[in-house]
Design a protein around this ligand. Structure first.
Ligand code: NAD
Length: 260
């Protein structure tokens, strides 16, 4: 039990597809701490799964919103205003790149795949923050999820690594602009986790095992550990931290190699 009380706080979590989603691990920590949580899901096929997950949690609500649609975002934040009046915590747990863009060479990335990956995985953080801005207040904060392929080459991550670099840079620009209002913006850089999004990365299984073997802790971080870090960064515990990329990967990114 983490001794943090978020009673009276409100949160919107965007990007829960199922129980393995990192967004769900974060939502669970927010709910445990007493926050009221609303959820958005990309499309109708994800609705029943989210209804099942949130069913047992009082005070939750869900709404469909494709994060690339300005109309969906307007409707979503109108719902946030109606339900909560204001917003303390915003979780962006959204990423996508077409599988073909991750199967071939980075050199062969098509303009369409580049635009899709950038738009869904990076620009949505900017547009979502803009829609949320009128509802945010002193002490509110935003987190999104990134991966170390933004900083170093991870085979097959390709355009998604570039999109994550854009997401991290966007985090710094947003933090700089929203700081005057007392609003913080940070990224969590998670190690590999077995989720739906991870399944679309070619060779993910082998990458998962190699990361665990290379990590100082000799294992991969868990989704629950992502949730704990998010709780820290979103809440007042992280009050002095903004524009930052904080790793939760059992230390894997500090290593260049490990000797047998
Ligand atoms: P996931 O598949 O459970 O979640 C990804 C979510 O993005 C899904 O809910 C999907 O519906 C949503 N999404 C995609 N396009 C969307 C759109 N246009 N509008 C609204 N929602 C959209 O997988 P996850 O691993 O939990 O991914 C969450 C975040 O964590 C992603 O940004 C991912 O890149 C990042 N991340 C994942 C790992 C990992 O190994 N799983 C590691 C580091 C970072």
């Amino acid at each position: 039990m983490i001794g943090i009380d978020l009673n009276g706080k409100t949160a919107l979590v965007m990007g829960v597809a199922n129980a393995r989603s990192l967004g769900w691990a974060i939502a669970q920590k927010l709910l445990e701490a007493g926050a009221r949580v609303g959820f958005s899901y990309q499309g109708e096929r994800l609705k029943s799964e989210l209804e099942k997950l949130t069913g047992g949690h009082s005070g939750t609500w869900i709404q469909q919103a494709d994060a690339t649609s300005e109309d969906d975002l307007s409707a979503l934040f109108a719902k946030v205003k109606e339900e909560f009046g204001q917003l303390d915590y915003l979780v962006h747990s959204i990423g996508f790149a077409p599988r073909e863009a991750m199967e071939g060479r980075f050199l062969d990335t098509t303009p369409q795949d580049w635009n899709t990956a950038m738009s869904v995985s990076a620009y949505t953080l900017v547009s979502i923050a803009r829609h949320a801005e009128p509802l945010l207040r002193e002490g509110s904060s935003i987190v999104s999820l990134t991966y170390h392929a933004s900083q170093q080459v991870v085979p097959k991550y390709n355009v998604m690594g570039v999109a994550k670099a854009a997401l991290e840079a966007s985090t710094r620009y947003l933090a700089s602009e929203l700081g005057a209002a007392g609003v913080r913006v940070n990224c969590i850089s998670a190690g590999p986790m077995r989720t739906i999004a991870a399944r679309s990365i070619p060779g993910f299984g082998s990458m998962y095992d190699k990361a665990a073997a290379a990590a100082p802790l000799g294992r991969n971080a868990t989704a629950e550990e992502v949730g704990k870090l998010a709780l820290f960064l979103l809440s007042d515990l992280g009050s002095g931290i903004t524009g930052e990329v904080v790793y939760v990967d059992a230390g894997a990114h500090i290593m260049t190699m490990k000797l047998d």
